[in-house]
Write a protein that binds this ligand. Structure first.
Ligand SMILES: CC(C)(COP(=O)(O)OP(=O)(O)OC[C@H]1O[C@@H](n2cnc3c(N)ncnc32)[C@H](O)[C@@H]1OP(=O)(O)O)[C@@H](O)C(=O)NCCC(=O)NCCS
Length: 144
């Protein structure tokens, strides 16, 4: 693992970065509910004690789903998103997942490129999936 696993004490810093990175961010309560659900795993990277990249997923009955992933704007395009995705993938395998799913806004080319680079492929679109009416692309990666 390159990053370190989330602890409860990280949640407010993650919520703050989430609010910087998304128009429809998860708030602290949503993060806490997922974190405490019993099937959640999160990885994060720090720089000078501050959270600069994070990702989280749930693993239920052999299927993992990436729920969150972001890198602070000034640290992007240096491999950190890829490191987080790698951490999530390795943990999903450790927990016995057969495949890992995620959803991405159809306009989010940087994220789609990240996922394609890391072995995900597009499965199908979900029409008007997001609250602003944008479609989602569902992507999957098979885990050996
Ligand atoms: C998507 C995101 C997490 C990528 O994080 P990152 O730390 O920049 O990712 P990496 O540096 O590991 O990038 C890996 C690859 O992703 C692709 N990629 C990342 N940013 C890109 C961009 N702006 N344009 C095109 N491709 C991009 C490239 O293939 C890149 O590999 P390369 O640099 O060797 O060409 C980051 O842009 C982000 O936080 N965006 C806002 C939040 C978000 O949209 N999260 C995803 C929700 S589904």
């Amino acid at each position: 693992m390159n990053g370190r696993a989330w602890t409860y004490a990280d949640l407010s810093a993650i919520a703050a970065l989430e609010a910087e990175c998304f128009s429809d961010p998860w708030n602290l309560r949503m993060l806490a509910e997922s974190f405490l659900s019993g099937h959640f795993f999160g990885s994060l990277l720090e720089e000078d004690g501050a959270v600069i990249a994070y990702g989280g997923m749930s693993v239920v009955e052999g299927e993992a789903e990436v729920q969150l992933i972001a890198t602070a704007e000034m640290y992007r395009r240096c491999g950190r998103g890829g490191m987080i995705l790698q951490d999530l993938t390795e943990e999903a395998k450790r927990r016995g997942a057969k495949r890992i799913f995620l959803e991405v806004r159809v306009s989010n080319a940087p994220a789609m490129m990240l996922y394609l680079k890391h072995g995900f492929r597009g499965l199908y679109a979900r029409s008007r999936y997001y609250s602003d009416g944008e479609d989602a692309l569902v992507m999957v990666k098979e885990l050996n």
